[in-house]
Design a protein around this ligand. Structure first.
Ligand code: SF4
Length: 689
C-alpha cells in the first residue's frame, strides 16, 4: 500500500514504482472466481456508482450542444434506451452554459438522468459546467497542456515546474466540484497524452496511468474524492494493460481504488466496433474490474445502449462459485498481464510459435458439405477452371465431425474429424484426428503426425493436471480447450497459466460456443471469452460454434457487413477477433470516432464510403475523425487520417503529419485514395471469379 503526502506535490514520478508496476501482478480480487473490485462510492446526482453498485451504462450525444432541441431529443432517446448517464460535449463557454437549458428541459420532461460535460482544452468551460450539471469529464492530456508533438527532454526541474502549473490550473475546478457536489472523470486517452508524459514514458500504458495519477493526486490533496477514472485506447490490448496498471498504482499509492469507467475509443462501427469494445471492456469485467461502461460506436448513440446492456448482463447473472483451482499466489503469475508476450509453444503443422493463430470452421452440423458451402469460409470454387480462389479471411481447418468429403479440397484447407472417421479416411495427411481428453488419457494417442485433443477446463483439477502430463510427452498434440464453467475465460486462463508454469508447450486452440440468440450477444460472448485470452498472449487458434441459429444476420439500420449464413458469420467473427487483438491481421483496420457535437461532417456515411473504397487493403490502418481539435491526437497509431477541419473541409494525414489541408469534402475520399496510391499501399480490388 502506498500513501500520498502533501509534500509529494510537484515531485517526480518514482521510478522504483514504475519498476514495481511490472513486478506486481495482482490487479483483480480474484483471477478465477467472479468478484467485483472494491472501489470508492461516487454520487452523480442521484446515481451511485462504484462500491458494488450495479455497473452503470452511459453514452454521449452527437448533436451540436447549442442545438438544445436536438440534444434534448437525443438525450431522451438514449435515456429511454437505458442510459444512466449522458455525456455532452462542451467545447467552449457558450456550450457549457447551454447545458443548464438542456438539463432544465430534460427535467421538465420528467428525466433526472445525470449529465456529464465533456471537456478538452478549456478549463473555463469546465468551471462553468461544474456549477451547472452533475459531472465533468476532463482529459489530463489536454486540460492544461497544448499538444505540439514535441518530444522535449524535460529536466527534473522542468518536469516539476510543469506539475506545479497543472496544480495551479486544475485546483480551481476541483474546488468548484467539491463545493457544488459535482463528480468528475479523469479520462486519459492513449492518443492524447501530453508531450511531457510522452517525453518521459512514451506512448505506453504506464504513461497513461501517470497522466491520470498527476490529476488524481491533486484531487486527493484537496480532499476531493468524487472521482472516476478511465484509460481508453483504440487498441484493446493497451487499454486493458493500462487499467490493470492503474489499479496496482492506486492500491500501492493510496491503498484504495476509485471507480473505473471502461471503454475502447474510436472502436468504429458494425461488428468490428462491437468486437473491439467487448474484448476491451469484457476482459476487464471478467476480472471484476469496471463500475461503468460506454461502448463508443460510429453509430447513433442510442444504438450503443443495447450493446452495453448485453455486455453488462453477463455479470449480473454470474453467480458466486468456487473456482476449479485458484492461483496459490496471485502475485506470481507465470506471465506478465501488463506486458503482452505470446506464450511460446512447439509447432504442430502450421499451429504454434512462428505461425499466426489459425481459424477452425465447424461444419459438423452442416448436413451436406459441398464446394459451394465453403464459400462462406473464404474458398470459392471455379468449376470452369477447376480452381479455388482463396480470400484473405479463408479458414485454415474445417471440422467435419463424422464426415469424409467426396471432393478435393483447396491446398490451404485441412480437415479435422473424429478419430473413428480419420481411421477410415484414405488421405491421412489432409485429414487429422480429434480425440476427447478422457479417451486420450485412458487410451493410446492417435498414430497421426498431428492430432487434436478436446478438453474442458471445468473438469476436476487433478484430471487437468494428468492431461498436462500426458500432453507434455506428446509433442504432435494440439489442445483444443473449451470450458463449461460459467466463468469460462478465467477457467481456461487458469489451465493455460499452468501450462506455462509446468512448461507444457503444446499449441492451444481456444474454443467458444454460444447459446445466445442475437447477433450482438454472440459477438460479445465470442469476443470476450476468446479475446481476453488472446490479449494475454494465449491461443494459437480459434474455434467458434453457435448452438442456436440466428435468424436475422443483417440488422437493418446498422452497418453490419453483409453475411449470408451462420458459417460466414462465425468465420468473419473469428478473423475480426484476431484482428482486434492484433494477433492476425487479415483486413483493413478502421479507427473512427463515435462523433459528438464537434463533428463537422456526416461521420457514419463517410465511414461507410471510405470502408467501401478501401476494405481490401489488408493491414492498413485508416482513421476517420470528426474534428481537428481532438481527431489528430486521438487517431492513435493510424497509418492515414481523414479529419474534419472545418465545415465542408477535410485534412488528410499520413501518420501524424498533415499531407493535404482543407480538401473540399466532395473530393476528399478520392484524395485519400490518391494519398494511399502515392504511398504505395493501394492495390486494385480483386474481383473474385
Ligand atoms: S474526434 Fe470525434 S468524438 Fe472526439 S471530439 Fe472530435 S468529433 Fe468529437
Amino acid at each position: 500500500m502506498g500513501f500520498f503526502h502533501i509534500s509529494s506535490r510537484g515531485s517526480l514520478p518514482n521510478f522504483a514504482c514504475v519498476f514495481i508496476y511490472f513486478m506486481l501482478q495482482q490487479y483483480s480480487p480474484s483471477l478465477t472466481a467472479y468478484k467485483r473490485l472494491p472501489t470508492r462510492e461516487v454520487k452523480i446526482g442521484d446515481l451511485l456508482l462504484g462500491n458494488n453498485n450495479p455497473i452503470r451504462i452511459q453514452t454521449m450525444t452527437t448533436t451540436d450542444t447549442m442545438d438544445t432541441e436536438a440534444t434534448v431529443a437525443q438525450c431522451i432517446r438514449c435515456i429511454e434506451a437505458g442510459a444512466e448517464l449522458v455525456r455532452i460535449t462542451a467545447p467552449s463557454k457558450k456550450e457549457a452554459e447551454n447545458l443548464l437549458h438542456i438539463k432544465n428541459r430534460l427535467k421538465a420532461a420528467g428525466y433526472n438522468t445525470p449529465l456529464v460535460a465533456d471537456i478538452h482544452f478549456t478549463p473555463n468551460a469546465a468551471e462553468i459546467a461544474a456549477r451547472l450539471i452533475e459531472k465533468v469529464r476532463v482529459n489530463p492530456g489536454n486540460y492544461v497542456d497544448k499538444k505540439k508533438f514535441d518530444l522535449i527532454e524535460y529536466t527534473d526541474a522542468e518536469y516539476n515546474a510543469e506539475i506545479e502549473r497543472i496544480y495551479e490550473r486544475f485546483t480551481p475546478l476541483v474546488k468548484i466540484c467539491k463545493e457544488y457536489g459535482t463528480a468528475m472523470r479523469i479520462g486519459t486517452n492513449h492518443g492524447s497524452l501530453s508531450d511531457r508524459i510522452m517525453s518521459r514514458y512514451g506512448d505506453t500504458p504506464i504513461g497513461m496511468v501517470e497522466s491520470a495519477m498527476e490529476f488524481l493526486r491533486i484531487a486527493r490533496n484537496e480532499s476531493y474524492h468524487q472521482v472516476i477514472l478511465s484509460m481508453k485506447s483504440s487498441n484493446p490490448q493497451v487499454m486493458v494493460q493500462a487499467y490493470r496498471l492503474l489499479i496496482q498504482k492506486m492500491d500501492e499509492e493510496f491503498g484504495e481504488c476509485y471507480p473505473l469507467h471502461l471503454g475502447v475509443t474510436e472502436a468504429g462501427d458494425g461488428e468490428d466496433g462491437r468486437i473491439k469494445s467487448a474484448i476491451g471492456i469484457g476482459t476487464l469485467l471478467e476480472d471484476g474490474i469496471g463500475d461503468t461502461i460506454r461502448v463508443s460506436l460510429t453509430e447513433d448513440p442510442e444504438f450503443e445502449i443495447p450493446v452495453c446492456r448485453d455486455i453488462v448482463k453477463r455479470y449480473s447473472n454470474r453467480i458466486a462459485h468456487e473456482p476449479i483451482q485458484s492461483f496459490e499466489d496471485a502475485t506470481a503469475l507465470p506471465y506478465d498481464p501488463s506486458n503482452y508476450k505470446r506464450r511460446e509453444t512447439i509447432t504442430a503443422g502450421n499451429i504454434g510459435t512462428g505461425h499466426v493463430p489459425v481459424v477452425v470452421a465447424d461444419y459438423s452440423k452442416v448436413a451436406a458439405i459441398t464446394p459451394a458451402t465453403l464459400q462462406a469460409i473464404g474458398y470459392k470454387y471455379d468449376e470452369l477452371l477447376d480452381k479455388w480462389n482463396i480470400g484473405d479471411m479463408a479458414a485454415d481447418y474445417i471440422y467435419t465431425g463424422s464426415k469424409v468429403l467426396d471432393f478435393a479440397l483447396p491446398g490451404t484447407l485441412q480437415v479435422i474429424c473424429d478419430h473413428d472417421t480419420w481411421q477410415a479416411a484414405t488421405d491421412k495427411t489432409k485429414y487429422l484426428p480429434l480425440v476427447k481428453a478422457d479417451a486420450f488419457l485412458n487410451g493410446n494417442a492417435p498414430d497421426a503426425t498431428q492430432y487434436f485433443v478436446a478438453a474442458d477446463a471445468n473438469t476436476p483439477w487433478a484430471t487437468q493436471l494428468q492431461l498436462l502430463e500426458k500432453l507434455k510427452a506428446h509433442t504432435n498434440a494440439v489442445l483444443c480447450l473449451s470450458s463449461s464453467n460459467a466463468h469460462r475465460m478465467p477457467s481456461m486462463r487458469r489451465l493455460l497459466a499452468e501450462m506455462i508454469a509446468k512448461q507444457v508447450s503444446n499449441p492451444v486452440i481456444l474454443m467458444a460456443d454460444s447459446n445466445d440468440t442475437t447477433i450482438d450477444e454472440q459477438l460479445i460472448t465470442f469476443a470476450t471469452d476468446t479475446g481476453g485470452l488472446l490479449l494475454d498472449g494465449f491461443g494459437d487458434g480459434i474455434w467458434l460454434t453457435a448452438n442456436k441459429e440466428i435468424q436475422n444476420l443483417n440488422i437493418t439500420g446498422r452497418t453490419y457487413l453483409e453475411v449470408k449464413d451462420q458459417q460466414q458469420f462465425l468465420n468473419n467473427t473469428s478473423f475480426s477477433i484476431l484482428q482486434a487483438t492484433r494477433t492476425r491481421i487479415s483486413k483493413t483496420e478502421y479507427i473512427s470516432c463515435p462523433s459528438c457535437g464537434r463533428t463537422l461532417f456526416d461521420l457514419q456515411a463517410t465511414t461507410a464510403k471510405i470502408r467501401n473504397a478501401t476494405n481490401h487493403l489488408k493491414g492498413v490502418k485508416i482513421a476517420i475523425m470528426g474534428c481537428i481539435v481532438n481527431g489528430p491526437g486521438e487517431m492513435a497509431d493510424a497509418d492515414f487520417g481523414y479529419v474534419g477541419s472545418g465545415p465542408g473541409k477535410i485534412t488528410l494525414y499520413k501518420s501524424k503529419e498533415v499531407v493535404k489541408r482543407n480538401v473540399p469534402s466532395e473530393i476528399a475520399v478520392d484524395e485519400l485514395i490518391q494519398l494511399l496510391k502515392d504511398n504505395d499501399v493501394w492495390v486494385e480490388p480483386a474481383v473474385m471469379a
